[in-house]
Each structure stands twice: as C-alpha cells, then as structure tokens.
Design a protein around this ligand. Structure first.
Ligand code: C5P
Length: 380
C-alpha cells in the first residue's frame, strides 16, 4: 500500500511533470534520470511513435496510404515493461531498432497522421492516469497532460543538439558531418512544430529551459527545484536520496521539538526561531511531521527550505542549530542534517542534542547541483 501523501487534500492530486522540446535537446536522458530521482513513472511517448512506425514498416502496409496506416496503428496496443522497454502488441522491440536512423526517418508517417495521434494520446493518458509521472514528448504539455503541475520546454541550440546526436551515433553506421546533422535537425524541428495536430509548442505556462553549457545534473537540479516549488511533498522523496535543501536569508535558529500538531501527536515540530522576536515577531512559520523517523522539509519564512532526516524514533529533546545567513543545508542520508557554507565546506552537523564540528569537502558536481537548485529555488 502506498503511504498517504503529506499535505492534505491539496497535495492529493498526482504530480505530473510534462516535458516537451525539440529533437536532441536531451529530453530522454534528463527525463529518465529525473523520474528515477523522484521515484515517478517515466513515459517516453516518442518510443511509442517509434514502435508504431516499426509495426507499420514490418506489416508491409502501404505507408503512403494514410488511411491504411491509421487503420493499422489504431488496432495496435503499445505499452512498456517494468524495465521501461516498449512493447508492440506484447512483443518487445529492441532499443537499437527503435532509435535507428531508418526508423526515425519514417516516423512522420505516424506522427503527422491525426488518427494515429489520437489513438496514441489515449494510450498515453491511460498509462499516466492517477500516477505521479514524468511525461516526455512533443505534445506532453499541450495535448497529453494539459493540466500538468509543471511544464518544461527543454531546449538547446541546433548546433549543440547536433553535437550530442553525433556523440551517440551508432559505431557501425557512417557518420554524417556536423552541418548535415544540423540541417536534418532543423528539418525535424520544422516538421514537429508545424504539424496539423499535436505540434511542438512553447506555451505561456511552460518553463523554457535552455541547456547549452549545462551539465546533466544541473539541468535535473533545476527541474527538481521547479517541481518542489509546485509540490513541496517531493522534498520527502529527495530526503531519502540526499539533497540540497536551502539557504537561510538571515540569522536564526532551527528548533526541532516533539510535536503537538493537531492530529499528529507523534510528530515533530520544526520551525525557525528568530533571535530578535521583537523585530521580527511570529517567525516560526511552518511545521512538518515526522514519518517513520525521517523528517521532511518545510518552507521557512517563505524564503528558505530546511529538511531534517533522522534515523531515530521521535526525539526526546530539542535540537537547535544555528542558521547562518548565506548557508546551505544538505541532507546526509541515514543521519541527521548538515550545514554547508556557500563555498561548499560542511561546517557542522547536528546529532541528537549536540552540534558536532566536522569538515569535509563537497565534490564539484554536488556544488554545481546545489547552485542550480538554489538558482531556481531562491533566486537572488
Ligand atoms: O522523442 P523522439 O525523438 O523519440 O521522438 C521521435 C519522433 O516522434 C519525433 O520527432 C516526433 O516526430 C514524434 N513524436 C511526436 N509526439 C510525441 C513524441 C514523439 O510526434 N509526443
């Protein structure tokens, strides 16, 4: 049985992150990693167009006959195994064949066909119904999941996308030049954004994320930050992983105490206490609950987020930790939480009622991830 989601009815709706963007913008890699990180279903809708295309080619359908193509595709069932491999009427399709240049060149016969699209969209909507999911495609934000809580338009320059495509070109196939790939990418962009139904569109409510020069982990950290802004319960999943959390804007203290939240007698309370309450009264804003010994995050002061993680049962004492201005907080899995200064040194971590002085360096990857997350979450 799945755990009830914290946050009450407002949080009960499944979280859908819809990601569209042109070919080669890194959608597949980003969305796959993102879904894994957030523990959500990953739906690669392009793979379904690829599977349908292979079906058409293998069945010997006259692919210039749009009605015959539609009739064939609408009778097909396409889904995924638990491992994420696509199936056409129950038969597994090899990844190499799905992504081969021959398949890619013929996809438009299915993708430009409105009757094929409506069938695939219905299958896609059924696959994500009631689930937390990351949905990737060309019409994920507009047609498949128009009500998604978070819409991302993942973009990169045609040159950058062509370089990425060439770096994954199959070794047994002759490599085209960079300019040839740029030109075929421009053709595909044109086709994807001008089709009659389900055209690739940058909508007003989508975040336009341009990824030239960003490493994969930075792109993911930014999307996570947007997702957390919309659905704070996601922090709970991230706590289990190891994360990033926030930065205080002013000095204060974090206090954790056995809770007396209504209806949550076994919870903890977490809040920010300002040392000068006369100047800033009522600063303890948000409270969170303890779930099985691990603590979730909360929005403090509307400006900083703090998460605490713990192995133990409900604590018997108050933990106080100085919140320094310009300080980052990070969760250490399987332990309590740490305080990290802006230059990336962990300067202290809290365990039960003590603060233990510790120092160790974060990796460059962890720092870039923190910066990407905070750049979105707490813009300067
Ligand atoms: O994302 P991927 O490159 O695998 O998609 C292959 C092709 O399938 C795209 O170029 C696009 O023409 C089509 N497609 C689509 N609608 C989607 C996903 C993919 O038209 N939702």
């Amino acid at each position: 049985m799945t755990q009830p989601r914290p946050g009450g009815p407002a949080m009960a709706r499944p979280m859908v992150i819809a990601i569209d963007g042109p070919a080669g913008a890194g959608k597949s890699t980003v969305t796959r990693a993102l879904a894994k990180r957030l523990g959500m279903l990953f739906l690669d809708t392009g793979a379904m167009y690829r599977a349908a295309t292979i079906g058409v080619l293998d069945a010997g359908i006259d692919h210039d006959d749009a009605q015959a193509v539609a009739g064939f595709v609408r009778a097909r069932h396409i889904d995924f195994t638990d491992a994420g491999d696509v199936r056409l009427d129950g038969a597994l399709l090899a990844r190499s064949r799905l992504r081969s240049p021959e398949t890619t060149a013929e996809i438009w016969r299915v993708a430009d066909n409105p009757a094929c699209r409506s069938h695939l969209v219905a299958l896609q909507q059924a696959l994500v119904a009631g689930r937390d999911a990351v949905v990737e495609g060309r019409d994920a934000t507009t047609v498949i999941c128009p009500d998604a809580q978070l819409k991302i338009y993942l973009d990169a320059s045609p040159e950058e996308r062509a370089r990425r495509r060439l770096s994954e070109w199959p070794g047994d196939k002759p490599q085209p030049s960079l300019m040839e790939v740029v030109s075929s990418i421009r053709d595909r962009d044109d086709r994807d954004s001008h089709r009659e139904v389900g055209a690739l569109t940058l909508t007003d409510d989508a975040v336009h994320l341009f990824t030239d020069g960003l490493a994969l982990n930075e792109v993911i950290a930014r999307i996570i930050a947007y997702a957390v802004q919309r659905q704070p319960f996601l922090l709970e999943k991230l706590v289990l992983d190891q994360l990033i959390v926030g930065r205080s804007r002013q000095p204060g203290y974090v206090r954790v105490a056995p809770g007396n939240l209504p209806g949550a007698s076994d919870g903890w309370q977490l809040g920010l206490t300002n040392p000068a309450p006369d100047r800033m009264p009522g600063t303890t804003r948000s409270l969170t609950r303890n779930h099985g010994g691990r603590q979730a995050g909360t929005l403090v002061q509307g400006a900083a987020i703090l998460c605490l993680a713990g192995r133990g049962p409900v604590p018997e004492h108050v933990v106080a930790l100085p919140m320094l201005p310009q300080t980052w907080y990070i969760i250490e899995p399987e332990s309590w939480h740490a305080v990290i200064q802006a230059h990336g040194t962990i300067c202290a971590w809290a365990e039960s009622d003590r603060i233990i002085e510790e120092r160790f360096e974060l990796s460059a990857t962890q720092i870039s991830e923190l910066e990407s997350f905070l750049g979105v979450y707490l813009p300067h």
